[in-house]
Design a protein around this ligand. Structure first.
Ligand code: GDP
Ligand code: CA
Length: 325
């Protein structure tokens, strides 16, 4: 049986994983999901990327917002606002809250995030195994310049409350030095037939996964080809605000530059292959010179058929690279 491992953030990763599940129904698919967006809010542990993937693949996602639960109500949030609670910028829906309450109770009782995720997935049956990058707490922190001075914010506050617009000074993954890959990570990477980087945010979704000590080496030393899909098309993000973040950090906003940010496995990086949109065809030669095999295929995940085709193209590129190795 073919084993496919996808490194994933939230919304972009979830959509791509729907494509992988549809394109490779016979494969065993595991998603290693970013947890550096996780946070404690009102005493509950929220895992935005794990939940986006779980709800999307489990059919519970709100199709318009693309995060949180469908048929959501917001009574708890409204009540919190009446108390003047400082975290009421965070969109905590009533249905969603139940997930966080269950998760937090289990974590407090001593379960690991890997275990709790598996338990939550018994309800949602995403059809893909969800593995957090680590069971340890890591958080992306951003120092921004606000009119009232510099502030050190959790990434979620920067993203949601300030819409990624405040000029940023620096970004770090707090706690990452002490984190270990979740127990399943080493085995699934070693046994993979293909490793795929979803079209997720390179800086805040995929980099934290690869920065968990030891994890990048597990990817680099796997016998499986490692391919990725660009989240940037024609110099801009597709949905979300990824270009603001890349630009804000002084990085070039292009499909080729994102591949260079992940790096070629031939060098110090992780990639053997990379998919760009036909609009970015010029990236193919630029990346070839660095040892990354790039192909131009449609990258918009606008409907189920194009998303499935994109996933098939990513797995097809990995297959072609296996034969070449
Ligand atoms: P988040 O954790 O919820 O922010 O989601 P991810 O990090 O998994 O994905 C966000 C990224 O998905 C953004 O950088 C978008 O550019 C990218 N993205 C969204 N829709 C598409 C699409 O249709 N095609 C491609 N190639 N990328 C997309
Ligand atoms: Ca995220």
């Amino acid at each position: 049986m073919r084993r496919i491992v996808v490194l994933s953030g939230g919304i972009g990763g979830a959509r791509f994983l729907e494509g992988v599940r549809a394109a490779c129904p016979e494969a065993e698919v595991t998603a290693i999901v970013n947890t550096a967006d996780d946070l404690w809010v009102f005493g509950v542990r929220v895992c935005p990327d794990l939940d986006s993937v779980m709800y999307t693949l489990g059919g519970g996602i709100d199709p318009q917002r693309r995060w949180g639960r469908r048929d959501e109500t917001w009574n708890a949030r409204e009540e919190l606002g009446h108390y003047g609670e400082p975290d009421s910028w965070f969109g905590l829906g009533d249905r969603d809250l139940a997930t966080h309450l269950v998760r937090s109770a289990r974590l407090r009782a001593g379960a690991t995030l890997s275990q709790v995720t598996e338990e939550l997935c018994r309800r949602w049956r995403p059809g893909v195994r969800l593995v957090p990058m680590t069971d340890d707490e890591v958080e992306t922190r951003i120092v921004v310049e606000l009119p009232e001075g510099e502030r050190d914010l959790h990434f979620q506050e920067y993203w949601i409350r300030y819409r990624a617009e405040a000029p940023l000074r620096s970004l770090r993954y707090a706690g990452i030095e002490a984190a270990r890959p979740a127990p399943a990570v080493a085995e699934v990477l070693a046994e993979a037939d293909a490793i795929v980087l979803a079209p997720s945010n390179p800086v805040v979704s995929l980099r934290p996964i690869l920065e968990v000590p030891g994890l990048r080496d597990l990817v680099r030393s796997s016998a499986a080809p490692v391919v990725g899909v660009s989240p940037i098309i024609a110099g801009g993000h597709v949905r979300g605000m990824a270009d603001q973040l890349l630009g804000g950090l002084g990085l070039e906003v292009s499909a080729a530059a994102v591949a260079e940010y992940h790096g070629a496995r031939e060098g110090e990086g992780v990639l053997d292959g990379w998919l760009v949109d036909p609009a970015d065809r010029d990236a193919v030669d630029r990346l070839h010179a660095q040892g990354i095999t790039a192909r131009a295929v449609p990258l918009y995940m606008n409907d189920d058929a194009t998303t499935r085709q994109l996933a098939a193209d990513a797995v097809g590129l990995a297959d072609a690279l296996v034969r070449r190795r």
